[in-house]
Design a protein around this ligand. Structure first.
Ligand code: 0GY
Length: 290
């Protein structure tokens, strides 16, 4: 299957970062795609990417100085979690997963994923990526995965937060917000939309946030300095509930980011060794490996 028109493959040879992550560091948001010959993309997908198999992910992990991955099921594979689970099983305990499931998922399938290292499900609210799922269906899934001790990752666009907030705060699990809640960088950190998100994090201690994807939000482009104040504010206000990840292989970006440059963004948002350790080690280990 050819890639979607305009689809940009991942960077072919990222630079070696200057920043050295602490030993044991976790890339807590990345994906695997295919290989399509073994794990075909889902018929209901909204885009067709290039193959981005586990071997390439693990080689990038080692090259960037990381030890572990959290592999998030990508929407191009929809509810067929086999490629993600296959990667977890090949990782020798060095990867955990986040699945995408429907209400038809069986208890045996959930147990299979749990054994492989899945620790959460993702609720994706982006219309360009997935079809709508009714709230009661999501609530039923949440109740079932809560029993396994899993959490829920939510991916939404910040202008939709007011409408989603009551649903999110009623979830019976930890809730992990993707990509800083996708703030609009040109509005600034103090914009009411972003302040509302900070307030949500402040009030609800079961909320976590990924300080990921500056490349998706930046107006200036690499090295993403215009996004730094957003990431830094979250790391400093919520040091024990932030996670970082590459987002490799970067689905649906306009320009393939250099993953080495993304790693060099970390010390700009986490200024001290203590904050870096929480972001890259203590927090993801607590959420995914304990
Ligand atoms: C991301 C972002 C995107 C895609 C997906 O599941 C996905 O297809 O997550 C996106 O296009 O914004 O988190 O990697």
């Amino acid at each position: 299957m050819p890639m979607s028109p305009g689809y940009v493959p991942f960077h072919p040879n990222p630079s070696k970062p200057q920043f050295t992550p602490p030993p044991g560091a976790v890339d807590a948001h990345c994906h695997v795609f295919g290989p399509e010959s073994r794990f075909p993309f889902a018929p209901e997908r909204k885009y067709t990417p290039c193959d981005a198999p586990k071997e390439k992910l693990f080689a990038l992990r080692d090259f960037l100085g990381f030890d572990k991955n959290v592999i998030v099921q990508a929407s191009c594979h929809a509810k067929d979690n086999r490629a993600m689970v296959d990667a977890l099983e090949a990782a020798n305990g060095r990867a955990k997963g986040v699945a995408f499931v429907g209400e038809e998922v069986t208890d045996d399938e959930l147990k299979w994923m749990d054994r492989a290292g899945v620790r959460g499900v993702r609720f994706n609210f982006l219309k360009r990526l997935v079809d709508f799922t009714p709230r009661d269906v999501l609530q039923n899934i949440a109740a079932r995965v809560a029993k396994l001790g899993w959490h829920i990752v939510v991916y939404f666009e910040m202008p939709d937060l007011p409408e989603l907030e009551d649903f999110f705060t009623a979830l019976p699990t930890p809730v992990v917000v993707d990509h800083m809640g996708t703030p609009d960088v040109k509005k600034g950190v103090e914009h009411p939309e972003n302040r509302r998100f900070h307030r949500l994090m402040e009030v609800h201690k079961n909320f976590w946030v990924k300080v990921t994807c500056p490349e998706r939000m930046s107006l200036a482009g690499a090295p993403y300095d215009d996004v730094v104040p957003f990431g830094r504010a979250l790391v400093e206000r919520f040091p024990d509930r932030v996670l970082w990840g590459t987002d490799w292989p970067h689905p649906n970006v306009k320009v393939a980011p250099d993953d080495g440059q993304l790693v060099d963004y970390i010390p700009k948002i986490a200024l001290t060794a203590a904050l870096q350790r929480k972001l890259l080690l203590d927090n993801p280990l607590r959420l995914y490996w304990s």
